[in-house]
Ligand binder design. Structure first.
Ligand SMILES: C[S@@+](CC[C@H](N)C(=O)[O-])C[C@H]1O[C@@H](n2cnc3c(N)ncnc32)[C@H](O)[C@@H]1O
Length: 228
């Protein structure tokens, strides 16, 4: 196991029921663009979405992002695995981690400490399970960190620019982290709120995806360093 302990934040304790929910609705499969990592993924987004709402006793929940490897996550995990010198010895935050794929890649790439954060409680269960089957450990947080001062050397953000109410405050915060000396790396397949300025492209991947998720069998996805 790899990874490290947190710095005073409340690390998530995943309960057995959440673990069981994730395991009961997913299959462990290699990630198309990163076959050295396997992730618990679902096959039908609508079915898992409906079951999540029933399970939580709440309507109008966001989609079960944790049950899939999004194009942004696949591309960023590939970049991280192929660029270990960028993360070696550094404290890395994976923001909006979902299934935890990017955090797993970071833990495999020599980061001295990895933290993964998501606001969806089932994401924490998925991350913990996926970390375990891939033989890595990282700190899991379930909170909104937007606005907090920098306590990481590198922030990775994959496929998180899909809605305005998240993208606007998130980009302001990420730019403030860059001004504090943090390396912020964004991975995006052309979502609506990707900025047109202030990004330096580092790599582009053709990412296999599914018609169910993306209305396309593959998505061109680029990795960018955010500039101040
Ligand atoms: C499209 S998914 C991407 C997941 C993963 N990064 C990937 O590429 O596979 C976006 C994720 O951002 C999370 N999210 C949304 N708002 C957030 C916030 N304020 N803080 C942390 N995570 C957030 C969602 O719950 C979801 O898991």
């Amino acid at each position: 196991m790899q990874g490290g302990a947190g710095k005073g934040r409340e690390v998530v304790r995943v309960d057995q029921a959440s673990r069981g929910f994730v395991l009961g609705r997913t299959k462990l499969l290699p990630v198309p663009l990163c076959p050295e990592i396997s992730i618990h993924v679902a096959s039908d987004v609508t079915a898992v979405w409906e079951e999540s709402e029933l399970w939580a006793g709440q309507e109008g929940l966001p989609p079960p992002f944790w049950a899939f490897c999004w194009p942004g996550g696949q591309a960023l995990a590939r970049w991280v695995l192929d660029s270990p010198s960028e993360l070696a010895g550094r404290h890395v935050l994976d923001f909006g981690s979902g299934c935890g794929l990017v955090a797993i890649a970071a833990a495999r790439s020599g980061a001295c400490q990895v933290t993964a954060v998501d606001i969806d409680p089932l994401a924490a269960a998925a991350m913990e399970l996926n970390a375990g089957v891939n033989g890595v450990f990282f700190e899991i947080l379930e909170e909104d960190l937007i606005g907090r001062p920098a306590s990481w050397d590198v922030v990775l953000a994959a496929d998180v620019l899909y809605e305005k109410r998240l993208a606007e405050p998130l980009l302001d915060w990420l730019k403030s982290l860059v001004c504090q000396g943090v390396l912020v790396v964004i991975s995006d397949p052309g979502r609506a709120y990707l900025p047109t300025l202030g990004l330096r492209r580092l790599a582009t991947y053709t990412v296999p995806t599914s018609l169910d998720l993306e209305d396309a069998r593959q998505r061109e996805t680029s990795i960018y360093a955010l500039e101040a």
